[in-house]
Design a protein around this ligand. Structure first.
Ligand code: UD1
Length: 434
């Protein structure tokens, strides 16, 4: 079993190039099968979530070809859009974003049969809003035995959909189905995350007519078909944020390249409040920290608020700030599972409901820990890099779902980190002269 072995204490210094946005890629790769023409997508992050989705797409008959490590050609022509079509394989249940195949297939074939999504266990993550949206567009949706969603419609007809909760997944999924519906759909209280805009821009490049993405009212005028396109995915806001926080946690100086600074504002402003220096350039951000960080309050909110996917990472660095910080999680339950692990390193955190009260400690001490989900795993890596001594992190498969070459990028910044696969290689790492 692979583990991360990390010897903390080195300030991270240098430059890191951010990959394409995982969550945008998942929507875009699913949308790519909505045309029979070839679609070429660039800047696809090479992480296990995107590869899993591509395998699932290939398994239902699409042609998938990697042109290079980050460029994928997809042709959905070979998909049998009839009752034979069922998306259920060993891969698909592993990723939550498999639900985008429901919207994509329903839009194109008016029929979808997709295994219920898996993904990170961060509390109850229903898909009732997705289903409500499909039903308002005229589909019947059943959850059949074996945990599969079957959605079908004679015809999808544009309509008015109000989302009771701001949901990234439901907004994208409804946009996908509505792109090929008859007439006009209005999605109100839509999510505004950068990847919603990216998926909408991609669909528009394929010939869809979507306006208002990035605001809370999205208007989709259905078209009869979509065509081939070439498209490049935006940079990953969360990967960038993770490296920014890592620079602050290790008292480092890192230039985070290939970012859209506007997407980073919630994170940048928290780091500035904490006493880090943040310098924005056109498409990069430098983060420097020198001396004790200050505590702050963080509350996760839909975009443009502070992203829930950065909650664990910012909490890890707040553990080392001088004073008491409060982190409130308002999107998901069960997103404090990293707290016990950080406690092993010496963190002082008290969780009350959806709030974590963090009392800063002067230092972390290396420990053995386990990643409970993707972002929790990233938080443990940050803490381990800032700690005194060696840490070992298990279950790194979660981290690999969303961070491309995480260990390689961190090593290039001077972090002492390796993937070890046996007790022997771990011992070797521990005994290595520093
Ligand atoms: C997406 C992201 C995930 C991020 C999250 C919030 C992808 C693949 N994943 O997840 O990384 O943490 O946005 O930014 O893009 N909800 C319902 N009913 C639904 C759908 C959602 O009640 O049908 C609730 C959820 O339980 C949650 C909230 O809405 O409390 C927001 O969830 P949502 O935005 O849908 O998250 P995901 O799309 O699953």
């Amino acid at each position: 079993m692979e583990q991360y072995a990390i010897r903390g204490g080195n300030p991270l210094e240098g430059e890191v190039v951010i990959a394409g946005a995982k969550n945008a890629a998942l929507g875009i790769l699913a949308a790519a099968i909505m045309t029979d023409d070839e679609v070429v997508i660039e800047n696809v992050p090479f992480v296990s979530d995107t590869r899993t989705l591509l395998k699932a797409i290939e398994n239902i008959g699409a042609t998938v070809r990697y042109i290079d490590r980050h460029t994928v050609s997809i042709c959905g022509k070979g998909i049998a859009g009839d009752e034979e079509l069922s998306v259920d394989d060993e891969y698909i249940r592993k990723i939550r974003a498999s639900y985008y195949l429901i919207g994509a297939l329903l839009g194109k074939y008016k029929y979808a049969n997709v295994a219920l999504p898996g993904g990170c266990d961060i509390g109850s993550r229903p898909i009732d809003l997705h289903i409500k949206g499909f039903e308002i567009l005229g589909a019947t949706v059943d959850i059949v035995s074996g945990g599969k969603v079957v959605a079908e419609a004679k015809q999808l007809v544009g309509s008015h959909i109000y989302l009771d909760t701001v949901s990234v997944g439901a907004t994208i999924n409804i946009m996908l189905a509505a792109a090929l519906a008859e007439g006009k759909t209005t999605i109100e209280n839509a999510a505004k995350e950068p990847h919603i805009v990216d998926v909408a821009n991609f669909l528009n490049t394929m010939g869809a007519n979507i306006k208002g993405a990035g605001t809370d009212v999205i208007r989709v005028r259905g078209v009869s078909r979509l065509h081939g396109a070439e498209y490049s995915i935006i940079p990953d806001q969360i990967e960038a944020g993770t490296f920014m926080v890592m620079a602050a946690a290790t008292q480092g100086n890192v230039l985070v390249k290939n970012v859209i600074p506007k997407h980073m504002e919630a994170i940048s402003s928290k780091l500035i409040e904490m006493g880090a220096r943040v310098i924005e350039y056109d498409d990069s951000i430098r983060v420097m920290a020198d001396g004790k960080l200050r505590p702050t309050q963080v509350k996760t909110l839909p975009y443009p608020g502070f992203p829930t996917d950065m909650q664990a990472q910012i909490a890890a660095v707040l553990c080392l700030a001088e004073g008491t910080s409060v982190v409130t999680e308002s999107i998901f339950e069960n997103r404090f599972r990293y707290v016990n692990e950080l406690t092993r390193m010496g963190a002082k955190i008290r969780v009350e409901g959806n709030t974590a009260i963090i009392t800063g400690v002067p230092k972390f001490t290396g420990a053995n820990m386990s990643a409970s989900d993707l972002r929790a795993g990233a938080a443990l890596v940050i803490a381990a890099l800032a700690a005194e001594g060696v840490s070992v992190i298990d279950d790194i498969k979660y981290v690999k779902r969303g961070y491309e070459d995480f260990d390689t990028k961190i090593r290039a910044l001077g972090g002492d980190m390796e993937i070890v696969e046996s007790e022997r290689s771990l011992q070797k790492f521990k005994l290595k002269a520093v």
